[in-house]
Design a protein around this ligand. Structure first.
Ligand code: 2RA
Length: 342
């Protein structure tokens, strides 16, 4: 069977990755409808031997569609109910519905069963959350995780194509001895902007009342929902780094009991979508330059936290646009197809 697929936000970084992955993974589509805001409407995109014209998204754009892949952003909230009414299943990459108790929040390797509870919308988690839970789940299945302390090193692709372009422009400006211009990071809506080239910015998204950023609280709240463990204690610090498209995370976990490092490494290696790259004797560990454009989440630097009982450290790296966004979204659709849930 083939499915009619609409992509909302087809011209952005995640939209472009949807197209790449649909071709690469041989996704069974019949009709493909590329939608975007008025600004990008009319753009022509060559895809699999055909030229598609990007249409301006309207509330009527989803008639006849089976699956609507939403790349993210504030337009999701307005369009999702209309797509559902038209009979499509919406898989949404924005934060609009993630914490809605009626909406499943899914990483297919971790909680595929949650999909069954959907009422038309399924949410794709935040990129840094997806990458972390891929490494947490196989360990959690060995011994319950009581506490997580995570610090992230997040790529500029998290701020979309504009984030990537801004880093590029700043590197050019700096090398030509010009002042660097910054309009996108830490967040387009922020009052102040700082250069990311040759810099780190300890702010992703806006601040909440508790002095954490929204990105940090997404990691806390979304992880609990996906892992279905609201007792797990999690604290996060999220940092933007001058890297193009892979997020890296230093993750410290406290378990319910001691677990042999070898068993942990084996469980991670066996878990679908995770690759263990961990051999200090050969200086082997994941790095964002090399994990980009790859599907898997990479884990290395696995070791005991010698300051605390039943505690461990690891370094987790994954492509933000792939597993952190477009790939996970598409895998949700593939899981539904494989199980006859659509
Ligand atoms: C970021 N979490 O990296 C975002 C993207 N979804 O900014």
């Amino acid at each position: 069977k083939k499915y009619n697929v609409a992509i909302l936000g087809a011209t952005g970084a995640v939209g472009a990755e949807f197209l790449k992955l649909i071709e690469e993974r041989n996704f069974p589509f019949a009709e493909l409808r590329l939608l975007a805001s008025k600004r990008s409407a009319g753009k022509e995109i060559a895809f699999m031997g055909k030229t598609y014209t990007v249409e301006e998204a309207t509330f009527d754009s989803f008639k006849g569609m089976d699956i609507a892949l939403f790349a993210g952003g504030s337009i999701s909230k307005d369009f999702a109910p209309h797509a559902v009414k038209a009979g499509a299943v919406v898989i949404d990459n924005s934060s609009a519905f993630r914490m809605d108790p009626e909406v499943p929040l899914v990483v297919p390797e971790v909680n595929p069963q949650a999909i069954l509870k959907h009422k038309g919308i399924i949410a794709n988690p935040n990129c840094s959350t997806i990458i972390m839970v891929m490494a947490l789940k196989p360990i959690y299945d060995l011994a319950k995780i009581k506490r997580v302390i995570v610090s992230t090193y997040q790529a500029v692709s998290g701020a979309g194509k504009e984030g990537i372009d801004e880093l590029d422009a700043q590197v050019r400006e700096h090398s030509e001895g010009r002042e660097m211009t910054a309009n996108i990071l830490p967040s387009a809506s922020a009052e102040k902007h700082y250069p990311i080239a040759f810099n780190l910015i300890p702010q992703i998204d806006v601040f909440c009342d508790n002095l954490y950023t929204k990105e940090e609280m997404k990691m806390v709240n979304e992880t609990k929902k996906i892992m279905e463990d609201y007792e797990m204690r999690i604290t996060a610090t999220t940092i933007r780094v001058p890297v193009y498209r892979s997020h890296s995370e230093s993750v410290n976990i406290e378990l319910e009991k001691e677990v042999d490092l070898g068993a942990m490494r084996e469980a991670l290696a066996k878990f679908p979508g995770v690759t263990v790259q961990d051999d200090p004797s050969k200086q082997e560990y994941p790095m964002p330059l090399y994990t980009s454009e790859k599907d898997d989440v990479y884990v290395g630097r696995l070791r005991r936290d010698e300051s605390c009982e039943k505690s461990y450290n690891m370094w987790v790296v994954g492509d933000q646009i792939r597993k952190g966004a477009a790939l996970n979204t598409l895998q949700i659709a593939e899981t539904m197809i494989k199980n006859g849930w659509i």
